[in-house]
Each structure stands twice: as C-alpha cells, then as structure tokens.
Design a binder for this molecule. Structure first.
Ligand code: SF4
Length: 449
C-alpha cells in the first residue's frame, strides 16, 4: 500500500527549510502523497527514507514497456480515473492474434498487412503496435520460429501466448531481446513463468480467475522480485471484462492497492468471433482503462476507428495539440504565391493545409502561435486580433520569401480586418472563406494585388 501523508512526514527531515517550494515538510508530505510533488524536490531526504518514500511517489499503476524500437508500447503510469482530472498517459496497445500453426507464408502476409495500417493524423503516425502470437502447435521449436519470423518480417512487438513454461522458454530463447510480453503466469505455472520473466527481464502477464485470485497471484510474483506485471482478470464476457477493468483501475487509484497497481490486457478476440463486434468491445475497453486489447485480426475498418478513438482519449485535455509557429510551404510556392494566415491549433492547421494541398495551388501558409486555440476561439480570447496578427506577419520573415504584400485571413476572423490593415500599412488584406472546404475554390479565383 502507498504511504499516507503523515507516514511520509515522519520520514522527512522536519526542518521546514522551504527549499522544496512549500512552507513546511508536512505540506510537502501531503503533496507527495497525493502525487502533486516529486520526491527529488527535497534535497535532504536520507537514502534510507528515500527507499521507503519511493513507493509513495511511484505512480499508482506501474509504468512498463512492451516491445522495442518505434513501436514499443508504454503501459501504465496512469494517475487519474477520469481524463478531465488531468490526462491519461499511456495509449492502450492494439494487437492482432496470430497462431503459430499458421503457415510461414501466411504469417509473412499478415505482417505485411498489419504494418500497412498506418495513418497520418494531425502530424502523428497512428498505427497498431503488437502481434499476439498464440502457441497452438504444442511445439516449442515452431512457436520460437513463428515468433522469430514475426520479428524478422515486421517492426511490431510481440505478446507470446502460452501457459506451458517449457514452450515459452523456447520462444524466449529466440526473441527475448525484443522485450515481448510473456502471457501468462497462472496459479499453476507462476513459479516457472516468474523465473522466465526474471531471467529475461521481460514483462509478465498474470492471468487469474477473478480479481481476488489475481491479487493473490501478483503478491506471489512481486514476492519473487518481479515488478513489470500486466493483469488479466480472466473475464471473457463483455460485461465482466468491463466491470473488472473499472474495478482494477479503482482499486489501484482509489484504494491504492499496489497488488493491483499494474496495467491490464483484454481479449475481445475471445469474447466473440465477429470482428466488428470485437472492435466495438475494444472501443469500450480503450475508453475504460485497458492497457492492451487483442483482436483476432486487423482490417482498416477495425484499426482506424480504434486508433482515432485512442488518439482523442489520450490527448491532454489541458493542452491543445499545436503545430510550430512559422511559414509553411504548400505545393511548392514561389515569391508570387498567395499568403494565408491561420492559427496553430493542429486540427485547424491540418484541415487548412489539407485543403490548400488539395487545391494544388502553390501557397504560403503563415501559422501563428495562438496557444493551440482555433481561429474563432483565439479571436474571442484576444490572441488572433489585428495587431497581434500584423506583428506576427512582420516578424515572421515572410517578406523575404514573397514579393508582394497580400494576405488572406480566415473568414471567421473578418472582424480583425481594420486593425490588421492599420498594423500592416501598404498591405492588401483579403477575407478568405469561413470554411476550410471552400479554400480550393477561393484560391482558384483569388488574384494577388
Ligand atoms: Fe522539509 Fe525537505 Fe521541503 Fe525542506 S525541502 S521543507 S526538509 S521537505
């Protein structure tokens, strides 16, 4: 269990020196207990106390990684039940199931297909990260070969699914370097699976029949020295899986139950054969706390909506997504190309930029820092007003790129026209369309000067 504020206070120097930024050691202890302070902020904690306090300052759900390279999945680290309280940190992984009795040529085909599900959105590359390889062959050599083949033919991480420690060892001997998730330790094999995880330093999934049994099993495994665990409550119905997912999050965050303070894995693929239904279940579990969902297959209609949902849920609600302020070239503009200005809310930028690109008309797009607010909101907040936009254009360096003084402002910012013309004497300012979809038509008809 995590330490309380008073327990933490007893371990602090109690000098009230204020160097941690709060007036007393007690206030610091309370902040530490509620996750609002970092232990490193106090330079006077003894090593002995530090070891004890590390537990109190650790995230209630242990952070860990699965896989390797660019697709490495970060799990855990969550500190809140609801996104609006702060933010969620680790977008859940999305995995497709492959069995080791599949012909190698088909495994290769799946690897190719799964890697192709990548989508550019607001400047990010969205894609699934993992393949869950299930051992159905009962043959350690085949299991290991299939695991190796997936690593050779894809850049995706692995979940190795097998409850026989001997078969798991065979696969781990081949691919442990890729940091696969070992699935799973159960009551029957906990000692052997735990040893494999310790020997290879790979994360270990723990499967039990219900949350109570899960808690007992994680206790056994952490007693062996294991730290990076992933929980599977064993639920294979939608209702029970959803309930367990919520209960585990609440146990970790509200009851501060360290035995359940680990990320989770869920298996929509074992709840129904219908892929569309699996997608719907996965969508619910992504919204409610799953750390990793495993589907029976990937299709574009499955992967894209889940990736988009995940992106939206795991965007920090307190920090709008932004693009860097600057002058962007679209379609290879020259000094006589039109100049448009917009805000740096990333969705605005990518929609406006996308429409300009679709018009095929070479254009300069000036993106002004509005702290991530859209044009209309930024205008209402006084961040996209005439003098500010004018000042930005003057200092942006665009005058060195273009040989005219014509600027197009968003239709929603028409009210800034007068102030902007005052700020930019000699410039010809035109009010552009309100809707980005009308930009191509506008650009085709727009004449500089
Ligand atoms: Fe107390 Fe440490 Fe903060 Fe000083 S820096 S007030 S000793 S907690």
């Amino acid at each position: 269990m995590a330490l309380t504020g008073i327990q933490i206070f007893k371990l602090l120097p109690k000098t009230n020196c204020k160097e941690c930024g709060v007036p007393t050691c007690l206030a610091f202890a309370m902040n530490l207990a509620s996750g609002k302070a970092e232990l490193d902020a106090c330079p006077y904690v003894s090593e002995e106390a530090r070891a004890q306090l590390a537990e109190a300052s650790a995230p209630p759900i242990r952070p860990l990684t699965v896989g390797y390279g660019d697709t490495q999945l970060k799990m855990g680290g969550e500190t809140v039940l609801f996104r609006h309280e702060k933010t969620f940190f680790s977008p859940p992984g999305i995995a497709a199931l492959v069995t080791d009795d599949t012909a190698p040529v088909k495994i290769e085909e799946k690897c190719r297909r799964y890697m192709a599900y990548q989508y550019e959105r607001v400047g990010l590359n969205l894609r699934p990260e993992l393949i869950a390889l299930k051992c159905l062959s009962g043959d350690g050599k085949k299991f290991a070969q299939a695991a190796k083949l997936i690593l050779d033919k894809s850049d995706m991480g692995l979940v190795l699914m097998c409850e026989d420690p001997a078969l798991m060892k065979a696969a781990l001997d081949a691919v442990a370097d890729a940091n696969p998730l070992i699935y799973a330790a159960t009551k029957a094999n906990a000692a052997e699976m735990g040893k494999l995880a310790l020997d290879t330093d790979c994360p270990l999934a723990v499967k039990a029949d219900g949350i109570g049994a899960l808690e007992a099993l994680t206790g056994t495994l952490t007693g062996m020295g294991l730290k990076d665990l992933v929980l599977d409550s064993g639920a294979r119905t939608v209702k029970q899986s959803f309930e367990d997912s919520v209960a585990l999050r609440r146990a970790a965050l509200l009851a501060q139950n360290r035995a359940l303070g680990f990320p989770t894995i869920a298996f929509p693929c074992e709840m129904t054969d219908n892929l569309a239904m699996q997608t719907t279940i996965a969508a619910g579990l992504i919204a409610k706390y799953a750390g990793l969902v495993v589907l029976s297959d990937f299709e574009g209609s499955v992967v894209f909506p889940l990736l988009l949902e995940r992106l939206n849920i795991f965007t920090d609600p307190q920090r709008p997504m932004t693009v860097t302020q600057g002058i962007y070239e679209i379609n290879g503009p020259d000094p006589q190309s039109p100049l448009l200005v917009t805000s740096n809310f990333s969705l605005t930028y990518f929609i406006v930029g996308g429409e300009i690109e679709a018009s095929r008309i070479p254009t300069w797009l000036a993106v002004m820092d509005t702290e991530g607010l859209s044009v209309l909101t930024a205008w209402a907040a006084g961040k996209f007003v005439g003098d500010a936009v004018g000042m930005f254009i003057k200092k942006s360096g665009v005058s060195e790129k273009i040989k005219h003084q014509n600027l197009v402002i968003p239709g929603y910012a028409a009210a800034i026209l007068g102030d902007l013309e005052e700020e930019l004497p000699g410039w010809n300012v035109t009010i552009g369309p309100r809707e980005a979809a009308h930009i191509p038509k506008f650009l085709k008809e727009y004449r500089i000067g």
